[in-house]
Design a protein around this ligand. Structure first.
Ligand code: GBH
Length: 513
């Protein structure tokens, strides 16, 4: 099998040099090895998508357990009850990682496994013990745990008691939960993440209502309850304050002794202006403010982005003096999930079709479209929201670098989904050439951002394994390893071999003896 050629694809030759211990001159290494010392190369996962073991060892139900068991939400009628059974098979999965040569693993803790009833019940020590074992096994293999406290899932109990993110009561629960995690795991976990993609949680849970708790209104979606204009803003506000609560606990009680860092992970979309007009350029900035800066500006600059303040006015919740004081602790790093890009077209000065993505004031009055004059921004893929636009990686990283003073960044997810083809043979499912091309071009683009000075400290491929892909159930596969969902057998794909080689060739100390 021919690997795609790119400047990063010359890996085989360099690999040969390394294995015979030919030293590489410093000059050469600094241009061809842009990834700094200690760079984390890893794969990513999340509790609901990977673990299964829905009721094992005292776990409580999460909002996603409840949601997937409601009829009609998931395209193939499936759920994460078993998922890829990572809860039981984690040793096997760590062996796969060891073989890949990654030095980090991104996973999330299931809140309902640690606190089945939030702060209204006991700590489930069996759940604590489980994650403790996973962390120890990773470290014993030389793999750093990179741990998120939430990846969309919250205990269902909190949803039922007070509406989870819609209530300020969640701040206390989130802080309580974070404290427990720092206390039990913080001696070994050096990278903490408060939230994975709170922007997606707020939009999909409360505007379109396609994720739990299925809340939306009017033409935004098809829900029985909710308010698509106000609730995403309220939920996001409480997530920002919850982030601050956890960061404060970490800073005040644990960080000095444990010596780790804490950040947040945002989903990112790169928005290119639809045209060169000033209006469309402003539209692209507005789209970014309503998606990314929505969270990062308050956390790092203490206020919502000006575009949101202008368009939303008094709809936007405000931060009290007390809140701002707590928020001053900011974060240590920004996590970025980068997959796709869109065009953004102005809807303030020109008329846009109502109901199209992005056009309502609540979304920023900027039409989001992948097509311009009949041409896609990047190659369409079998996944309807992923267009292959590698330049979006460099642009996103550079944008965040400039706006947030080059805060350390990690690419926490990047990868390509491939829609299940039931007729594909064993050979086919291993041959994910498209994924290799996707990864190599996006990594090349990331390398460019680093060469130009961006402080990026890690890259995590989504994902180690095929897994439960939310609304798409098991029909969209993102794994470097194929999973047979009937037998749970894992098989490395071409992309696993390619990533392994890439890591070897781009890790400086691989050659230093
Ligand atoms: C990530 O989500 C998730 O963190 C991960 O769990 C998931 O498996 C992975 O990517 C692959 O999908 O409709 O306004 O939210 C990314 C999911 C879906 C987020 C498309 C952005 C479009 C914008 N993305 N979505 S919006």
């Amino acid at each position: 099998m021919e690997l795609p050629s790119s400047s990063l694809g010359t890996s085989l030759i360099i690999l040969a040099m390394c294995s015979s211990c030919v030293s590489v001159s410093l000059e050469q290494s600094s241009s061809s090895y842009p990834f700094p010392d200690g760079f984390l190369f890893g794969t990513a996962s999340s509790s609901y998508q990977f673990e299964g073991a829905i009721l094992a060892d005292g776990k409580g139900l999460s909002n996603w357990d409840t949601f997937t068991h409601g009829a009609g939400h998931i395209s193939d009628g499936s759920n994460g009850d078993i998922a890829v059974d990572h809860y039981h098979l984690y040793m096997e999965d760590i062996a796969l990682m060891e073989n890949l040569g990654v030095n980090s693993f991104r996973f999330s803790i299931s809140w309902a496994r640690i606190l089945p009833q939030g702060r209204f019940g006991d700590v489930n020590m069996a759940g604590v013990h489980h994650y403790s074992k996973v962390i120890d096994a990773l470290l014993a293999t030389g793999i750093q745990p990179f741990v998120a406290l939430t990846h969309y899932d919250v205990p269902q109990e909190l949803e039922e008691r007070y509406g989870a993110w819609l209530s300020t009561k969640i701040l206390k629960d989130f802080g309580y939960y974070a404290d427990i995690c720092f206390k039990y795991f913080g001696n070994r976990v050096k990278h903490w993440v408060t939230f994975n993609e709170p922007n997606v949680m707020a939009i999909r849970g409360y505007r379109s209502g396609i994720y739990p708790p299925s809340r939306c209104s009017g033409s935004f979606g098809n829900c029985t309850k909710g308010n698509s204009v106000k609730e995403p803003l309220v939920a996001a506000h409480n997530m920002i304050l919850s982030h601050a609560a956890a960061v404060n606990i970490y800073r005040n009680v644990y960080q000095k002794e444990q010596g780790g860092s804490i950040g947040i992970i945002m989903n990112s979309i790169w928005y290119e202006p639809y045209s060169n007009t000033a209006e469309d350029k402003l539209a692209a900035e507005r789209a970014q403010s309503f998606f990314l800066n929505w969270f990062l500006d308050p956390i790092l600059h203490g206020e919502y982005p000006k575009e949101m303040r202008h368009v939303l006015g008094s709809l936007l919740p405000s931060f009290s003096k007390e809140d701002l004081k707590k928020m001053r602790q900011g974060l240590d790093f920004i996590g970025i999930n980068q997959y796709t890009s869109f065009y953004s077209k102005d809807c303030i000065y020109s008329k846009c079709k109502s109901g199209a993505p992005g056009v309502s004031p609540a979304e920023g009055l900027a039409l989001r479209t992948p097509i311009r004059n009949g041409e896609y921004i990047g190659e369409p893929t079998s996944v309807d929201w992923i267009y292959v636009y590698p330049q979006g990686m460099e642009n996103t990283v550079t944008f965040i670098k400039d706006r947030y003073n080059n805060t350390p960044m990690f690419i926490c997810e990047n990868g390509l989904g491939i829609v299940e083809n039931p007729s594909s043979s064993t050979i086919d499912f291993r041959n994910d050439v498209k994924r290799v091309e996707y990864m190599s071009t996006y990594l090349e683009s990331l390398a460019n951002a680093i060469r130009k000075g961006a402080d990026v400290r890690g890259y995590f491929s989504w994902s180690l394994l095929d897994n439960f892909e939310w609304l798409d159930g098991y029909t969209v596969r993102f794994g470097l390893h194929h999973v047979d969902f009937a037998t749970l057998k894992r098989t490395p794909r071409l992309s696993a071999d390619w990533y392994k080689e890439f890591i070897l060739n781009h890790t400086k100390h691989a050659c230093s003896i």
